[in-house]
Write a protein that binds this ligand. Structure first.
Ligand code: SAM
Length: 431
């Protein structure tokens, strides 16, 4: 396992390399056990498989790196946070998206099952009598009315009010039930099922609110019972931009395990708009794009900033510029942000500690977008001593290697569909 990597110790050695000679390392392809239900309590775009955490920890053990505290700097729905707790390790994580951190917190708390059942019964009773006022700004309500029929709007408002009335604001049980609420929003709306782009399905019959919620809560209780947290290891989950000054001085960690956002592939703020509007995280979900790495929405002075790109970034951005200048600017902004991320990671990982990054490459208008090569160069420039690189296969994308214009995975290679990559890279950076 330790041999199936190519190692680089100098930024100049990896700069502008296409990485075609990086070996496939089958260790990273699949897990050794079935994924726990807790990892399926809420859908999340670009969630990575839970076994990545155990493989990364196994790698650290083989390298004799003592790991007591790990971080996921783009913690998403808390996959690494939950696995860290199973391994009895302290955890620090952040994500810009409040919906992501709600799910991550809901997965990381300890609950008493009897209390979960009791609250659930009380919420159901309260649902019948509570106010149906939506309690949101006019613009948020108008936006939600686009997605939900009247009956669902009314029942979701009652359900949310019932949860807030039943569970005290300071109780962590609120996270559990609001997470359940959040995960039924797509099925109870006209949102095109499984679409990774906001798209209305005029044919869809939205699910009824209360039965959908009861099924979701039942599943979440089973998930919690399958694997209740067994340690008191400290878990901190922050809703923040990893690059913000508030994260300047976080405690050193032994290891980072993370998957960075991809450029121009998901607008997380748009995909979570139903939850962020219903839960009052914002009045206009587009505000949540601010600071999101990989977003196409940015205020960025290309001519002034482009000089700060590393060699790999410069080569890719200038090849793309002649094909599509808007995409080139988004990629340039993404790469500059990722260079900042690499610098910040170097200050967060303790000497001799590790950073494990799962990252994929793409191709845009015929130009290879080598995100892995760019990140490897940035990590070495930032002060990591060595970066070892391997490839892993992504099983579901081998079976369904195309994506429809609506964002669904498919086997069909029709010209309307785009090919997606069935492999990604594991970068292991040694501090
Ligand atoms: C590929 S996803 C991570 C998924 C995660 N591994 C999981 O299993 O759920 C990348 C995440 O980065 C977050 N993100 C984007 N820009 C960020 C920033 N500046 N600071 C913190 N998080 C950010 C996105 O909201 C998204 O959740």
């Amino acid at each position: 396992m330790l041999d199936d990597y190519i190692g680089y110790t100098g930024a100049a050695d990896v700069a502008c390399k296409d990485l075609s000679d990086v070996p496939h390392n089958a260790t990273w392809d699949t897990g050794d056990e079935r994924e726990l239900k807790m990892h399926r309590i809420h859908s999340y775009p670009a969630k990575f498989p839970a076994f990545i955490t155990s493989k990364a920890l196994e790698y650290a053990r083989r390298k004799n790196v003592n790991v007591e505290k790990i971080a996921d700097i783009f913690c998403g729905c808390g996959t690494v946070a939950f696995e860290a707790q199973r391994e009895k390790l302290a955890f620090w994580g952040c994500d810009l998206n409040p919906v992501a951190t709600l799910i991550a917190r809901a997965k990381s708390h300890t609950y008493n099952t009897a209390w979960l059942h009791r609250y659930n019964t009380e919420i159901e009773a309260s649902f019948k009598t509570v106010s149906r006022a939506v309690g949101l700004s006019r613009s948020a309500s108008a936006r939600l009315q686009y997605w939900f029929p009247d009956a669902q709007m009314r029942d979701l408002a009652r359900l949310k009010n019932a949860i807030l009335r039943t569970i005290p604001s300071e109780s962590h049980y609120r996270d559990f039930f609001l997470c359940a609420f959040s995960n039924i929003l797509k099925s109870t709306s006209r949102w095109l099922t499984k679409s990774i782009k906001p798209q209305l399905d005029p044919e869809k019959i939205p699910a009824k609110v209360l039965p959908a919620f009861q099924n979701q809560v039942k599943f979440m209780i089973r998930a919690f019972e399958e694997c209740p947290p067994q340690s008191n290891a400290k878990t901190t989950i922050s809703t923040s931009n990893f690059l913000s000054s508030s994260n300047n001085s976080i405690e050193l960690v032994d290891m980072i395990i993370t998957s960075p956002p991809y450029v121009t592939s998901y607008e997380y703020a748009d995909l979570h708009q139903l939850s962020s509007l219903w839960l009052g995280f914002t009045e206009d979900y587009r505000d949540l794009r601010n600071g999101s790495i990989g977003s196409t929405q940015h205020d960025f002075n290309f001519n002034r900033e482009v000089k700060r790109l590393n060699k790999s970034g410069t080569e890719i951005v200038f090849r793309l510029l002649s094909e599509d200048s808007r995409a080139a600017k988004s990629v340039a902004k993404y790469y500059l942000d990722m260079q900042q991320v690499a610098l910040r990671c170097a200050s967060v990982v303790r000497p001799k500690g590790l950073g494990v990054f799962v990252i994929g490459n793409t191709c845009y208008k015929g130009v290879p977008i080598n995100n892995a090569g760019h990140l490897a160069e940035a990590l070495l420039d930032a002060g990591f001593a060595k970066v070892s690189i391997a490839k892993r296969r992504i099983t579901n994308k081998i079976l369904t290697p195309y994506r429809t214009p609506a964002g669904r995975f498919t086997r069909s290679n029709s010209s309307a569909n785009t090919e997606i990559y069935s492999e990604e890279f594991i970068l292991i950076a040694e501090r």
